[in-house]
Every structure is written in structure tokens, then in C-alpha cells.
Design a protein around this ligand. Structure first.
Ligand code: G3H
Ligand code: 13P
Ligand code: ZN
Length: 307
């Protein structure tokens, strides 16, 4: 039913593209993402943060993703994003997620190794693959935050992967979560990424990768959103990262801004229409457009049918 994350990412690495990871919180977001994947015949990773699980419940999001996967012709993965709570990680493994992330990036190195190793043992017994993180990605979301960026050390990354047995590794090369990623010039440390990719054998993951596209931000602003000095990762930097070893690219903020802009636009233009289907339908379409754009940037939109 769900695709195997590890196999999908290893194939992406061999063939030189990346698979998009998109955060899900409700049905419209799931449908919008999967529609884009179908339109472009691309695999896609649906991902739930602990915040999303608190909002919607694991059973609801699991069933939504399962339904989407069973109706689709492309490989769909269900992944746990930034898992920190071992109880939630265990539940995700038991219910049938394809992969889980253990985020020990806030822990001292040795503790991160020990905890990641523990999650790897637990997950591998059930055929679930594990993403780990070394270094810190900046920025703040509901349940994911770090004030500063600490770049990943390539030698430490090599040791970390060897000792933990993790299946893919999230690296810090200059991105942050959220809409305020750079104060000056927006760039990624591609030289560092090259060094990490030379030392580490598993697929690499880029968090905090939203592009915060100008067209969506202007639409949200036009309808009242206060988004001052936002800046995302330019598409050209994402392409360079994919070219140099990134196989999984995480996007949430772009979906949030697109959803918000469409809802704001609809309610402002149609003050007497209170049908939630009319309000949320355009938001779902906006999600599809954002995801299609990301799939094109990542190069995953080719004939990836199931099986
Ligand atoms: O990386 C973090 C994701 O954007 C999830 O954010 O914890 O607010 O759901 P959240
Ligand atoms: P953005 O905030 O850049 O969308 O990053 C999302 C993310 O990394 C989810 O894990
Ligand atoms: Zn993240």
C-alpha cells in the first residue's frame, strides 16, 4: 500500500533526483498533494509532524494517507516528521508508517547516537526505515524549533551513520524552518554538502527547504496577511543541492502560505459565501500548484508507476 521510503530514496539517489516530502494536516492538503503527484507521475512523501498528530490525530491522518495511496497510481509514502516522543514513534511504527524520523539534533552527539540507534532497532524489526538528524536546522514551527543553525560536521556525520545504522540523514547546510530563512543573500553551503556526501553512504535530506515564492506571498499579502521580510530557498539552490546528494526535500511553509492565501482571497471576495467546500476548494487547488512546482524543481516527475 505505502511505498518503501528507503527504496524510493535510494532509487532517487541513483537516478539523480529528489523526492518531495510534504507536511499534511487535513484532507484538502492530502488531496492537493496527491493530485499534483498524479498529474506529474511522481512519487511523493506525505508527512505528519507531532503537531499535526496533536491537531488531527494519528488515526485520521493515517487513514487519509492510506486512502490517498490506495487510490493513486504513483508511489506514496507516509512518514513521521521530527519525531521526538518515543511513544509517538512506536505508535507510528505499529500503525504502519513507511518511515519515521527521530530528531535528536538538539541532543549532545553521544545521546543522539544512543537514541537514534534505539529507534533504528525498533523500526527495522517492523521493516520501517529511519531518518535521523545531525547538526541543527534553524527556525521555529509548532513543535520544531532551534534558534541557531549548527552546520553538520562531515566526519561526525560519517561516524553517526556508521554507529546508528540510520537509513537517511538530515543535514544542516544553511536552511531554517518557516518563512524567514535568510536575512541577506539566500544561499546553501553546497561545498559542505559535497563533503558530507563524499563521507556518508545513505541518502541525504534537506529540511527547511520551502521557496516562499513571491507570487503566493504577494497574494496572501494582498488579502491581508502580514508577511514582512520573508525569504525562502531559491529554486536554483535546491537544484544544486539535489545535484550534490540531497534525495529528500521537505516543504511545509509553502503549503501553509498557499493555503492561507487562497482562503483569504476567497473569503474577502465572497463575504456572503460560508460553504466550507467553496472556501477550502481553492486552497486545495493552490496546494496542487505549489507541489507541481516543487516536483518540477526536484526532477521527480517522470513515469514512477507503482510496483
Ligand atoms: O518541520 C516542521 C514542520 O513544518 C512541522 O511544523 O510542528 O508546526 O507542524 P509543525
Ligand atoms: P519549511 O518550513 O521550509 O517548509 O520546512 C519544512 C520541514 O523541514 C518539515 O520537516
Ligand atoms: Zn523539518
Amino acid at each position: 500500500m505505502f511505498a518503501d521510503t528507503k527504496r524510493l530514496l535510494e532509487k532517487a539517489r541513483r537516478q539523480g533526483y529528489a523526492v518531495g516530502h510534504f507536511n499534511i494536516n487535513n484532507m484538502e492538503i492530502v488531496q492537493g498533494i496527491v493530485q499534483a503527484a498524479e498529474n506529474l507521475k511522481s512519487p511523493v512523501i506525505l508527512s505528519t509532524s507531532e503537531g499535526a498528530l496533536k491537531y488531527a490525530g494519528m488515526n485520521f491522518l493515517y487513514e487519509l494517507a492510506k486512502t490517498a495511496a490506495s487510490l493513486s497510481t504513483v508511489p506514496i509514502v507516509l512518514h513521521l516528521d521530527h519525531g521526538k516522543d518515543l511513544t509517538i514513534i512506536k505508535q507510528a511504527i505499529q500503525i504502519g508508517y513507511s518511515s519515521v524520523m527521530f530528531d535528536g539534533s538538539h541532543l549532545p552527539f553521544e545521546k543522539n547516537v544512543t537514541m537514534t540507534r534505539k529507534v533504528v532497532k525498533m523500526a527495522h524489526k517492523q521493516g520501517v526505515s529511519v531518518e535521523a538528524e545531525l547538526g541543527t536546522i534553524g527556525g521555529a514551527e509548532d513543535t520544531v524549533h532551534s534558534r541557531t543553525i549548527v552546520y553538520t560536521d562531515p566526519l561526525k556525520a560519517q561516524e553517526f551513520v556508521r554507529r546508528t545504522g540510520c537509513d537517511f540523514l538530515a543535514v544542516a547546510i544553511g536552511t531554517s524552518h518557516g518563512a524567514y530563512k535568510f536575512k541577506g543573500k539566500a544561499f546553501l553551503n553546497i561545498d559542505l554538502l559535497k563533503e558530507i556526501a563524499m563521507k556518508v553512504s545513505v541518502p541525504l535530506v534537506l529540511h527547511g527547504a520551502s521557496g516562499v515564492p513571491h507570487n503566493i506571498v504577494s497574494m496572501a499579502k494582498k488579502f491581508g496577511a502580514k508577511l514582512k521580510d520573508v525569504q525562502g530557498v531559491p529554486d536554483a539552490e535546491i537544484r544544486k543541492a539535489v545535484h550534490n546528494g540531497i534525495c529528500k526535500v521537505n516543504t511545509d511553509t509553502d503549503l501553509r502560505i498557499a493555503f492561507d492565501a487562497a482562503v483569504r482571497g476567497f473569503v474577502m471576495k465572497n463575504p456572503s459565501d460560508f460553504d466550507p467546500r467553496h472556501v477550502l476548494g481553492p486552497a486545495r487547488d493552490s496546494i496542487t500548484k505549489v507541489v507541481e512546482h516543487r516536483i518540477k524543481v526536484l526532477g521527480s516527475g517522470i513515469k514512477h508507476t507503482k510496483g
